[in-house]
Design a binder for this molecule. Structure first.
Ligand code: AMP
Ligand code: MG
Length: 304
């Protein structure tokens, strides 16, 4: 027997919830006029991230191709074609081996990555709240058996969700503010206004408050940590060039992005929400790996 009956039942319940989550996201976004794009798996450039080295690279046709860490730059281009886009985007991030123990990290995961042309941070925060509430209500309704099997009582949060700035959160909770905040709050909470040096160069600096970004994270309650990250984007070539310079990145690596920006990337805002983390939260799982049938856990090998 591959799995004991108890293990199989548990896995099946989780996978059914996951399937409903994906369906509910699609349904909600279709109703909001979004176009679904097929994901980008390899590209000459990908999200620089703040904590990563360039290891997931393949060579083909005389070029070097990154496995996607996020579709950020493709999203910025895509909204020049369709006003509202999303993709269930598989991401490869070779996280440090001990991150296998955080309960929150896989090295292959899927984010629902979406972007809206000419949108403000406020608009995508509103969209994010409505998306989450929609998905929770749908799953609570269609998967009541699975949730009771998993002994999960799921509350539906009230909107609007509360907010706290990065500075306030650090002052109140110290260095480990994200974890502490997530353990303390009753429902999801927005963490907003990150300082410019802690985030990637594509999050837009507030023109009225230099050094502060127009970005956000959503934090789940009950210690489940970060749900999503997003914000308004830098789209002007001179701004992108300056932000790349200050972060000490090689502008040559972002030549393709800068060329698109010179030709006119539209202003946009969006976010990416991790699907396995969402399923973990909904099902009340110990580890995000339980949300996948073939999990890729940092530091661990897999038979299949
Ligand atoms: P980021 O661009 O790093 O903020 O990633 C977007 C979202 O993807 C996060 O808010 C998480 O929900 C999810 N995510 C990021 N990294 C991982 C990971 N290593 N494992 C699982 N989910 C992740
Ligand atoms: Mg993030």
């Amino acid at each position: 027997m591959l799995l004991s009956e108890k293990e199989r039942e548990r896995k099946e319940a989780i996978l059914k919830v996951g399937s409903q989550v994906i369906g509910a996201c699609r349904e909600f976004l279709a109703g909001e006029g979004f176009v679904e794009l097929l994901p980008v798996i390899v590209a000459p450039l990908t999200d620089p991230l703040r904590h990563h080295t360039d290891r997931a690279v393949i060579e083909a046709y005389g070029g070097r191709w990154h496995l996607t860490r996020s579709m950020i730059f493709h999203k910025q281009f895509a909204v020049s074609v369709c006003e509202r886009i999303f993709s269930f985007s598989p991401n490869i991030r070779i996280e440090p081996p001990d991150w296998g123990e955080t309960g929150r990290h896989l090295w292959e995961f899927v984010q629902l990555d979406l972007e809206v042309r000419d949108a403000s941070r406020e608009e995508v925060m509103d969209l994010g709240e409505r998306l989450l509430v929609y998905v929770l209500e749908r799953v609570k309704d269609s998967c009541s058996e699975e949730l009771s099997f998993l002994e999960r009582e799921l509350g539906i949060p009230e909107r609007p969700f509360p907010r706290i700035t990065y500075t306030e959160a650090r002052r109140s909770y110290g260095e480990d503010f994200e974890e502490a905040l997530s353990r303390e709050v009753e429902g999801p909470i927005w963490l907003i206004d990150f300082p410019i040096d802690v985030r990637e160069f594509y999050d837009r600096e507030d023109p009225e408050r230099p050094g502060i970004l127009l970005d956000m994270d959503l934090i789940y309650p009950e210690g489940y940590g970060e749900a999503l990250s997003g914000g308004e984007r830098e789209h002007l070539p001179e701004r992108i060039r300056e932000r790349i310079r200050v972060q000490g990145l090689d502008p040559e690596q972002y030549r393709g992005l800068l060329a698109l920006a010179e030709r006119g990337l539209p202003p946009s805002a969006g976010f990416g929400i991790g699907i396995e983390r969402l399923v973990r939260y909904i099902c009340g799982l110990e580890h995000v790996a339980e949300a996948r049938l073939f999990p890729r856990v940092p530091g661990e090998l897999s038979p299949i």
